[in-house]
Design a protein around this ligand. Sequence first.
Ligand code: NAP
Length: 260
Amino acid sequence: MIEVIVTGAAGRMGGEVVKAVTAADGMRVAAAVDASGATGTVDDGQGGSVPLTHDLASALSGGGQRVLVDFTVPGAVEANVTAALAAGVHCVVGTTGVTDARWREVAAASRDVCLFVAPNFAIGAVLMMRFAQRAAKYMPSAEVIELHHDRKLDAPSGTAMRTAALIAAARGETPASPGRETEVAPGARGAEVDGVHVHSVRLPGLVAHQEVIFGGLGQTLTIRHDSIDRTSFMPGVVLAVREVVSRSGLVIGLEELMGL
Ligand code: NAP
């Protein structure tokens, strides 16, 4: 039985993780941790509930196979993961807003346990990134539009950052810009991530969506993924919990666990 410690358990994603872990075979929620203001319980989706705690240190102590699943905020995730790795607890991280370079530094301190980080746990989003990577070789002119709910703290999204990095690596040279444009309103052309223009939309009603648009001679190709519900991320989270206990070191991206 894998003991799962959920940080951010009172949040939108953390609440879904508690339900998904409770429903999955071979694992259980050992602790539901949230920021100090959180009190009460979290619905486990099976007619029961799990008490919330803000005592991460106690939650991390104990024996057996233990995995921390973190869906918190960019300002908290690093400290949570550092404490877990020091306690010999494997980590599955969904919180975005921390660079891969920083995760490499955090993971270097602890090589015996696994730190798994994924910017997106939805299988469709992982496929979208892979398809975009393939397309970039043949259609190197590409831009990314990511659309999220209006309470998201970071922009661009972790998925968009990773998509841009994959496109940049696959296409090699950045296509030459015609160089004729003027930004009449600053930011009109979006952020530039690894030479790829990325546009972030934030609106109520959205969950997590992304379009990658490729332009070629007389044609465009659009690859789009929509997470219409947070349950879309849960099979990926459960898979990661199962996988990390037999791995060590830093692993980035769900595709690494799926053999994609
Ligand atoms: P959310 O609803 O705001 O939940 C975050 C929770 O973390 C809140 O309850 C917050 O408490 C709590 N928290 C803050 N500091 C903490 C700490 N030190 N220890 C424990 N809990 C703490 O946000 P969300 O929509 O669930 O998203 C969480 C993260 O997941 C974001 O970074 C988001 O981008 C990411 N995400 C990733 C994926 C993926 O597939 N990788 C998918 C969706 C979202 P307070 O409200 O009291 O601060």
